[in-house]
Design a protein around this ligand. Structure first.
Ligand code: SAM
Length: 448
């Protein structure tokens, strides 16, 4: 930004602190400005704002700035709800109103599509929104014993740091988990080797919730008794995890039934174990599943493939509408869980196959034996290029792509449109992670 664009009476960029007009937000929620031709990222600054900032780190291609003062505030600036905002890495957008967050996320998606091959969607879907607080039904909380900071700390990482934020509350966590934070700090403080207990994973079903305590050393009988008593006192299922996710075992009660979330529109109940992947936001998940199925519009005589299917979150509702559905998933535990869910829901027209879709030979074998009319994909952050590259020549007559990473979605869109001849019919964002910079989106493709 040139000096002459600054309002009268305000000092120019050579003074410290400097002034900048913010053009946009970057991927991690920082304001982006051009100051004397150099890109500058300023934490806490919003698009349209004039801010005063100090250069924190000057690099050859960009500067990083620390916000000193908002000189002209955005009309969308709001007071963050959380006392830890700015320190805690869990959220990055609480200072922007919820409607404007969605506009920003749509812009991120639009920019990524342009950046990767200039794909323009034929239309935009209205954003899917829901409650913006208390939505996080699964979360991984770090635990550390830091005597200098008063003992046990439970929380998310601080922004751009490996330290934990000492949380006593969190507005984005499911309130059933958030309200336990002070009691959890007390509980862990009384555990003998609490320096060897690095993580607590919370998982909430519609009715019940579970806490999984990761521990690196065997726990003493007293510790086990404390954890079990905590579970009984707070009505929480307690699990222990001495190693990887497959080592999760119940402590209290000793033989719990699985957790459950429901998709009432499809009369489906998904049973899950506390370490299983589930979509973080229950309300948005319900609406997302309904929208994905509306968009795919499976007919009673059609066969559908659901890639990266997890526990059958989309597969089982699809089975209510389609002739036959095949869910494909790499993790054996989830494949078995999906089969179990099909049986529990009385669904006989869904099958589940264990395939590593990033393994070329396995993906090729799968496609060689698959027959389908329509396709749904919901890959992890790394996207679906490997599997799209191997798509049979007679591809789906419609494809719905659910994505948690706009960069890989845009890359895969470019391939679908420019190499496989699909049209990007519609695309839209879903507010799966309010106040964070995560962009969840859904796109529909049809052959050109
Ligand atoms: C974003 S989750 C979606 C799960 C499911 N569709 C849902 O809505 O709950 C992505 C899923 O892809 C699975 N996955 C990751 N890598 C995979 C691979 N190489 N092949 C097949 N599935 C994989 C994960 O285990 C996870 O269940």
């Amino acid at each position: 930004m040139s000096r002459k664009r600054f309002p009268k009476g305000v000092s120019g960029p050579e003074s410290d602190p400097r002034l900048a007009r913010i053009d946009a937000l970057n991927d991690d929620g920082r304001g982006v400005a051009r100051v004397d031709g150099k890109v500058t990222f300023i934490d806490g600054a919003l698009p349209g704002e004039l801010v005063r900032y100090r250069v924190l780190k000057g690099k050859r291609n960009f500067d990083q700035g620390d916000l000193v003062e908002v000189v002209e505030a955005s009309p969308h600036r709001v007071a963050p709800a959380c006392e830890y905002f700015g320190v805690c890495g869990g959220c990055s957008l609480q200072h922007l109103d919820a409607a404007a967050q969605i506009v920003e996320k749509e812009q991120v998606l639009r920019d990524k599509l342009r950046q990767f091959g200039g794909v323009e969607p034929e239309g935009w879907l209205p954003p899917l929104t829901g409650p913006v607080w208390g939505y996080r039904r699964s979360a991984r909380l770090g635990v550390r014993n830091v005597p200098k900071k008063g003992g046990i700390i439970i929380g998310f990482r601080e922004r751009r740091s490996s330290y934990l934020t000492p949380l006593r509350n969190c507005h984005t966590l499911d309130s059933r988990v958030a309200r336990l934070l002070p009691a959890l700090i007390e509980l862990i403080s009384g555990i003998s080797r609490n320096d060897r207990l690095p993580q607590i994973e919370a998982a909430c079903g519609d009715d019940e919730m579970a806490l999984v305590f990761r521990h690196l050393e065997p726990l003493m009988p007293d510790d086990l008794a404390r954890l079990a008593a905590f579970g009984r006192d707070h009505g929480v299922r307690v699990y222990l995890q001495p190693k990887g996710p497959e080592s999760v075992t119940p402590l209290e009660p000793a033989d719990p039934s699985p957790l459950v979330y429901r998709l009432p529109e499809f009369d489906i109940a998904i049973h899950f174990q506390p370490a299983d992947f589930i979509q973080v936001n229950a309300g948005i998940n319900r609406r997302m599943v309904a929208q994905a199925i509306d968009l795919l519009d499976p007919q009673p005589d059609e066969r559908v493939v659901d890639l990266f299917c997890g526990l059958g979150n989309f597969t089982l509702p699809l089975a209510r509408r389609a002739a036959r559905v095949t869910g494909v998933e790499a993790e054996r535990r989830l494949v078995l869980g999906a089969r179990d869910n099909a049986a529990r829901n009385g669904i006989a027209n869904a099958e589940f196959r264990q395939v590593d879709l990033y393994d070329e030979a396995q993906a090729r074998d799968f496609w060689a034996s698959a027959s389908f009319d329509k396709l749904l994909i919901d890959p992890p952050r790394s996207g679906a290029m490997e599997v799209l590259k191997l798509l049979p020549e007679t591809g789906p007559r419609r494809l719905v792509y659910v994505s948690c990473n706009p960069a890989t979605l845009a890359r895969d869109c470019e391939y679908l449109v420019n190499s496989l001849g699909y049209r990007l019919v519609r695309i839209g964002v879903m507010d799966m992670f309010p106040h964070t910079n995560h962009v969840e989106s859904i796109a529909v493709f049809e052959p050109a």
